[in-house]
Design a protein around this ligand. Sequence first.
Ligand SMILES: NC(=O)c1ccc[n+]([C@@H]2O[C@H](COP(=O)([O-])OP(=O)(O)OC[C@H]3O[C@@H](n4cnc5c(N)ncnc54)[C@H](OP(=O)(O)O)[C@@H]3O)[C@@H](O)[C@H]2O)c1
Length: 287
Amino acid sequence: MYNYIGDKIMTKLLSGIECRNKLKEKLTKKINKIKEKITITVISVGNDEASKIYIKNKIKECQSVNIECQHLHFEKTTTNELINLITKLNKDKNITGILVQLPLPKNIEENKVINTIDYKKDIDGLTKSNIAKLYSNQKGIIPCTAKGIIDLLEYNKIEIEGKNITIIGRSNLVGKPLTLALLNKNATVTTCHSKTKDLKKHTKKADIIIVAVGKPNLIKKEMISKNSIIIDVGINRINGKISGDIDKSVYKKCKAITPVPGGVGPMTVYEVLSNTLECYELQKNKK
Ligand SMILES: NC(=O)c1ccc[n+]([C@@H]2O[C@H](COP(=O)([O-])OP(=O)(O)OC[C@H]3O[C@@H](n4cnc5c(N)ncnc54)[C@H](OP(=O)(O)O)[C@@H]3O)[C@@H](O)[C@H]2O)c1
């Protein structure tokens, strides 16, 4: 997919929808060969509006590849109640994967809850065990957004090894796992954050810039070099419209960019499916 200005091709749009559709075809074939029903449980607490949309999308995607999705929603609950529930689900042979939708309300100890999930059922890849595997470059379940970005780069035949990659954002959910996953792929990674001095210095030198902040128009054309590849992870809702973290001026200067919506978002949801299959194979000792 290309971004046209007049007749001239300007920038390649890295479509997450196209990539997801292709990868889903392969995944569906694999799932259809499995005789048992694969079921995951999604746990959510509270009334976060964005979370409701993400859960709806995940359930729809699961159903589209014959993964059954059991959604357990609590208006209010406690850390202990969630730990007890997850402990039961860990033992339940009919449940392949467990996903706790984040963020959890402030009264709940998020870390304790997440780390109760058996690493073999951890489809979000956020338990200490899976993060430790990522840290030591062992095979494990990789967090969905990081894995989705790598799959999208590889699908578009964008080389990672030896490239200068600047990531903006160091959250446990996106920036940190992505830093590790790209290091494991032999990139030279710089991770920036709100205390980084002279962000432009780090974005200018990058072959690939990945922005996961949640601030519209953070990256402007003066901050990037020509021919750089931009991955826009940000999701900002302004007057009912969704936009990323990249200023529109960047589209004319960079070599390729992920659109928002339709870029990283669909890839993140796809990786829930892909990680579910990996969990199934782990539990069956097929990997
Ligand atoms: N497309 C998808 O599938 C997907 C998936 C997950 C998240 N997202 C979106 O991605 C964005 C980031 O998510 P998140 O969970 O990682 O958010 P987060 O936990 O709020 O982290 C944001 C990061 O941005 C850094 N930051 C804030 N202001 C900055 C600035 N001016 N310059 C440089 N760095 C700055 C913060 O630095 P400090 O650490 O110093 O505070 C932090 O590391 C959000 O818009 C979220 O909705 C999208």
